[in-house]
Design a protein around this ligand. Sequence first.
Ligand SMILES: [Zn+2]
Length: 242
Amino acid sequence: MTDGPAHAGAAKAPRPRLLALLDYDGTMTTHECNELALQPFVGDAWWELEEESYNDRMSHAEVFDRQIGLIRAPRAELVRRLLEVAEPMPGLHDFFAGLQARGGEAAIVSAGIREAIEAFWQRLELPPIELFASELVGEGPEDGPPYHLEFSDALGDCPRCGPKSCKAAILRRLRRPGDVVLVFGDGPSDVCPAREADLVFARGHLAERCEQEEIEWRPLTDFGAVLGEVDAWLAARRRATR
Ligand SMILES: [Zn+2]
């Protein structure tokens, strides 16, 4: 890099730090892997539970824990199935490399199973990231079924998400003054952080919820396009405050 005249950069306001909070399943993957991979082990009871969370009758955390509790397959088979069906969204590598190059921070905040997410990350050779995910705990022999989930202890209490299940707590913990916070999600558990984000990139159910709650949101189709959209938004914000 060459040194330009001292005044060259002075007119430009410093770019704020970006903090990206990302859901994993159905947000960084093209489809809901938990649903695709695990529902066949459970049957129709999976959908009955899912409805409860879409209607806010049961928290999404409780629903997922109960769904997991119905599985009787060996642990290695679950993790293998989860990886098999995980098809990455386009542009992940460009997005994380670009974010890292400009000094941004990213964290995955997911109720999903930690070892499956780590395996996905390694397969794609993505830059290191903070991961707040769930432990699959097997109560049977050799860590096998029946299972339950231990959610990340960084999740917070919330009347909507339930005790120790709200992702917004992690947003508040990582956010520094002046940060521009990007939230990426697709499900009911992403509604709380979306309410506190500067920019929301949504798919599926989260997009519908944002629409209902009048939270501004953008469709998420390609991670490679995200930083360009953020820069356009920052430029518009600068013009608006001048
Ligand atoms: Zn919440």
